[in-house]
Design a binder for this molecule. Structure first.
Ligand SMILES: *[C@@H]1O[C@H](CO)[C@@H](O)[C@H](O)[C@H]1NC(C)=O
Length: 234
């Protein structure tokens, strides 16, 4: 409690001193201070080559390739252009000019993690949805992909925008070969591929052949017997 008041007074004093010091700098915002002089700043795209004197104005030089100055300045160096780091998932959105820094944006398939002003500083690859999940929301330059789990009876391999219902084999006159999962569809097969069906078909076929052969053979015997009977009326 007692320590508070002197501290507040000290802060107030510092504040007043700062205001005073601010007033002691009489240069206009379009000027910079050089000793006791106020010199005109150089225009965006350039920097100070020589400070002004009593007799002549500031002399300026254009920024060289790979450097820029985006505001009026009293600095003697332009700033280095930002490099969009491909390793950080970035690419150039707008190239650097002498008056503006490079603007970076996320590469295709990446989203921005951190941005400053208009430019992306670092990006990360979109999440890949797992098998058994569908893409609820595609990722953008600003947002990650959102995944959701498939419910029972549906499937997605992780690249579908929605989970697909398992194929109904019966409705296609096929039969179930392999059950489906949340990441794979069921496998359907032809009815005739049923081995029991083939066996029954073959057995029935053979039985009919045997019966048919027996009938023909018996008929043949009867016919040949009739021919042997002499014609009594002749
Ligand atoms: C997912 O399925 C689609 C269509 O069936 C296919 O083109 C793609 O290669 C599959 N992706 C994976 C990761 O299995």
């Amino acid at each position: 409690m007692f320590g508070r008041k002197p501290l507040t007074a000290a802060l107030l004093l510092i504040l007043v001193m700062n205001i005073f010091r601010g007033h002691a700098l009489p240069c206009h915002p379009s000027e910079y201070q050089r000793g006791n002089e106020c010199c005109p700043k150089c225009l965006p795209g350039s920097r100070v080559k020589t400070d002004c004197t009593e007799f002549r104005s500031t002399s300026c030089l254009s920024c060289t390739e790979g450097t820029f100055m985006n505001q009026p300045t009293g600095r003697t160096q332009c700033l280095s252009c930002t490099v969009c780091d491909a390793g950080s998932g970035l690419k150039i959105k707008t190239s650097c000019t002498t008056k503006s820094d490079t603007v970076c944006e996320p590469q295709e398939g990446f989203y921005c993690l951190e941005s400053r002003e208009d430019s992306c500083m670092s990006a990360q690859r979109h999440t890949l949805c797992q098998p058994g999940q569908y893409i609820r929301q595609y990722g953008s330059a600003l947002t990650d992909t959102e995944c959701s789990d498939c419910s029972a009876g549906t499937y997605s391999n992780g690249t579908f925008p929605s989970c697909q219902p398992h194929t109904q084999c019966e409705s296609m006159n096929l039969q179930l070969i392999k059950a489906g999962t949340v990441s794979t569809d069921v496998q359907c097969g032809e009815q005739s591929s049923n081995p029991t069906g083939i066996v029954i078909g073959v057995v029935v076929g053979v039985i009919f052949l045997v019966i048919g052969a027996a009938v023909l053979w018996k008929k043949g015997c009867l016919n040949s017997g009739r021919q042997q009977v002499p014609d009594g009326d002749g």
